[in-house]
Design a binder for this molecule. Structure first.
Ligand code: OSB
Ligand code: MG
Length: 369
């Protein structure tokens, strides 16, 4: 079995409500889906978690399309499809983890489908369902926030994450904590603060938060150490964690006592599993982050979140938190949990009509034709 073709689909999918973070607002998900087609006619799927602009990290959708066509696909010519060989073929190319993750996941999905093995079983899942949290964007007002959070609590989410930024921090988080004294609650700043703001972050200590996610810039390791020393609330890095080594450094330096693992950000599911395994060895809890995935990306994330070290609820929300119509059968929350797919590979397929209705461009790249 060899990889014959990569078909790269670019979709535009409206979000149910605009998602505002400290780095910008997204109203339509600009998402790239990689379809790997093998010589045996097996199709595998991988989702790229880039956004349309380099706000979360330096990658964005156009950069991913470019690097897939001009660098990743050529690097796979003559390479075996087994997951370690495919990953090794891309390792000499620096950066671009989200583009790599999309391609490697499509290959892995095809490889697992050919062996009739699920991604969950391949990765070492120990759960059949996972606890789900929800990430709540920055709304227009405090009233709008309360309305959003009420709806998510009513839907059964097991943890609420509030996006924050300077000017939108103590007051909204206090309001939600006062309204829901017992709900597991955390915040995410997406790098919006500086070292000067650490005393303000420490004022969140009396709100019994699970963690504060990425308060400072990606490169500010010492700043996160200072924040960790000043705050009783655990600091959890997201954007800074790109490899096993960065996770190891974060924990050993005391920059981050909990790690957010996003497969896209770390270059795929093998890397995500390696970071998980290392964090388990060091005794650091991990949880599965998200990037507003469609059902394709969500299926794989839910499989990852079923590994034993994922002891905190992930940003693995149901399809209807993001999309009126998902491109797979919808993931539905039951008692605050999603079921881990059991079918071969990622265990779900795109609905062809729905997907083609949302497609804005397709690029086909011959690899081993
Ligand atoms: O920082 O975790 C983040 C979405 C897009 C980019 C970055 C982040 C997020 C989220 C949403 O918080 C997670 C999700 O529900 O998929
Ligand atoms: Mg984050």
């Amino acid at each position: 079995m060899v990889l014959e073709l990569l078909r790269v689909h670019r979709l535009a999918i409206p979000l149910v409500r605009p998602f505002r973070t400290s780095f910008g607002t997204e109203s339509v998900r600009d998402v790239i889906i990689v379809e790997a087609i093998t010589s045996d006619g097996v199709h595998g799927w991988g989702e790229c978690s880039t956004m349309s602009w380099p706000g979360y990290s330096s990658e964005y959708s156009e950069s991913a399309l470019h690097v897939i066509r001009h660098h990743l696909a050529p690097a796979l010519a003559g390479v075996s499809m087994d997951p370690d060989s495919a990953q090794a073929a891309l390792t000499p190319l620096r950066g671009h983890p989200m583009a790599k993750s999309a391609v490697l996941t499509a290959l892995l999905d095809a490889w697992l489908r050919a062996r009739d093995q699920s991604l969950g079983s391949f990765l070492g899942a120990v759960r059949t369902e996972v606890d789900c949290g929800v990430s709540v964007g920055i709304p227009a007002s405090l009233d709008a926030l309360v309305e959003d959070v009420d709806s998510y609590v009513a839907a059964g989410y097991r943890r609420i994450k509030l996006k924050m930024e300077p000017g939108w921090d103590l007051e909204p988080v206090r309001a939600i904590r006062a309204r829901y004294p017992d709900i597991p609650l955390q915040t995410d700043a997406n790098q919006a603060y500086t070292r000067d703001d650490i005393p303000l972050l420490a004022q969140l200590d009396d709100l019994d938060l699970l963690l504060i996610e990425q308060p400072l810039p990606e490169e500010d390791w010492y700043g996160h150490v200072l924040a960790s020393r000043a705050c009783a609330t655990p600091i959890c890095m997201d954007e800074s964690i790109l490899t096993v080594e960065s996770a190891d450094s974060a924990i050993r330096l005391g920059a981050s006592s909990i790690i957010n693992i996003k497969p896209g950000r770390v270059g795929g599911y093998l890397q995500a599993k390696a970071i998980h395994d290392h964090c388990v060895e060091l005794g650091a809890p991990v949880w599965c982050g998200g990037m507003l995935e469609t059902g394709l990306g969500r299926a794989a994330n839910v499989a990852l979140a079923a590994l034993p070290g994922f002891t905190l609820p992930g940003d693995t929300s149901a399809s209807n938190r993001y999309y009126r119509e998902d491109i797979t059968e919808p993931f539905v929350l039951k008692d605050g949990r999603l079921s881990v797919p059991t079918g071969p590979g990622i265990g779900v397929d795109p609905l062809p009509d729905v997907m083609s209705g949302m497609t804005v461009a397709i690029d086909e790249i011959a690899v081993n034709a």
